[in-house]
Write a protein that binds this ligand. Structure first.
Ligand code: ADP
Length: 397
């Protein structure tokens, strides 16, 4: 009998799921995926086949405030109806924060939930939503093996200086340090690169995860050594709606001179800045690339410029660069952004093959380019499914 492995990625207004089937030997096979979105506003459930065909869709127009728990139950009941001859054995959760200590996925028990709860102050916008479905699943399925996969885990190999702010030691000791995020995506890319080009994967690689959330990671011989995200997922590159790196003095100015409240500043930095803040047009890179509005043009240029500067910084952290990888929505689909970043990176030895870039080929650098350039689609859900299956197999054996 095949094992059903459920992957859950829960946020404040949506719960995404992917159901994988595994016979223990090959890689898990995606069976269906979907989400509940619009929680507390206009809940909407949709499930699709791996090829995108809609399998089920449901709205609750008379119950806009239907609880998280009720929606989650609807989702689980529907998923169970799809199992066929498989049995749901395990659930893997994307958990944003694993603190300083966790560098690998863990089987969840009551003690771990308490520990992860203690990390809520470090990620108040995400961690509570990640933990809610863990508790809900434990109630309906007490026998299910649940696994926490941390977005911070891959970066625990960073050296001390990459994880530290120049703050007094006491604060560092309390956990105010650089954790890095998007770790599941980077781990997936590192594993893919090892299969596609093993010699390249042993070298110095910078991966650009350019989605609506965006970050970059320096990976040396498969291990993360530095990344652009820090204490929170607000650091580093400008994103769809987030500022990226900001002089902390700006926050003081907003507080002291403009009299803004912490909540107003949070809204500004997380939801009203980045591409939408600079362009005033959209947080979607596709819209900005097609727009001739001067502020939209500047937003794209600022984004490309920031990626290019961080590239220099990450190359410096490794003492060089052998390969550059683009991934996530913008990285996988925008030949223009890739071309512009590669133009900035010529000083590092990047020579792009423009024809290959235009057709989204896997390798988009020229044959003699000292630095090879790659486009590799990411799949964080698959990474969680693989980790969860590994834990499941260790429990079985
Ligand atoms: P998320 O961080 O939400 O998972 P994705 O990795 O799916 O985001 O990336 C979403 C972003 O990718 C969109 O906001 C859009 O700006 C960008 N994107 C998708 N396709 C293209 C494209 N063809 N050209 C430029 N940008 C694109």
């Amino acid at each position: 009998m095949r094992d059903g492995i459920l992957v859950i990625n829960a946020g404040s207004s949506s719960i995404k799921f992917s159901l994988y089937l595994s016979n223990g030997e090959e890689k898990p096979i995606l069976s269906c995926k979907g989400q509940v979105e619009g929680i507390n506003v206009a809940p909407h459930f949709i499930a699709k086949s791996p090829h995108g065909a809609v399998l089920n869709e449901q709205r609750w127009p008379d119950q806009p405030d239907l609880s998280h728990e009720a929606l989650f139950k609807y989702m689980i009941d529907w998923i169970e109806s799809q199992l066929g001859d498989a049995k749901l054995r395990a659930a893997g959760h994307r958990v944003v924060h694993g603190g300083s200590q966790y560098s690998y996925p863990l089987r969840i028990n009551d003690d771990l939930v308490v520990e992860l709860e203690a990390l809520v102050p470090l990620a108040p916008l995400h961690q509570p939503h990640n933990l809610a479905p863990i508790r809900a699943l434990a109630r309906v399925h007490p026998d299910l093996i649940q696994v926490a996969c941390f977005d911070t885990a891959f970066h625990r190999s960073n050296p001390w200086e990459a994880q530290s702010f120049a703050l007094p030691r006491k604060l560092t000791g309390e956990g105010v340090k650089r954790y890095g995020f998007h770790g599941l995506s980077y781990e997936y890319i590192a594993r893919q690169l090892r299969q596609i080009a093993p010699a390249v994967a042993r070298g110095k690689v910078v991966v650009c995860h350019l989605g609506s959330g965006a970050s970059m990671c320096a990976i040396n011989d498969g291990k993360s050594v530095a990344s652009t995200m820090g204490f929170t997922a607000l650091d580093g590159l400008p994103m769809g709606t987030r500022t990226g790196t900001l002089d902390a003095g700006v926050v003081l100015y907003l507080l002291q001179q403009k009299g803004m409240t912490p909540k107003e500043i949070e809204d500004l930095l997380y939801k009203k800045s980045g591409l939408i803040g600079v362009s005033g047009v959209s947080n979607d890179m596709r819209v900005l690339l097609e727009s001739s509005e001067p502020h939209a043009v500047e937003a794209v240029e600022l984004f490309v410029y920031r990626v290019s500067r961080e590239l220099g910084s990450l190359a410096a952290a490794m003492g060089g660069i052998d390969a550059l990888v683009f991934t996530a929505g913008i990285g996988e689909h925008s030949s223009e952004v890739r071309a512009r970043v590669c133009r900035y990176a010529e000083w590092l030895g990047v020579e792009m093959d423009h024809e290959a870039n235009e057709r989204d080929a896997m390798m988009i650098s020229g044959i003699d380019s000292p630095v090879s350039v790659w486009v590799i689609p990411t799949d964080e859900e698959m990474m969680i499914a693989k980790h969860t299956r590994e834990v499941l197999q260790s429990v079985k054996s």
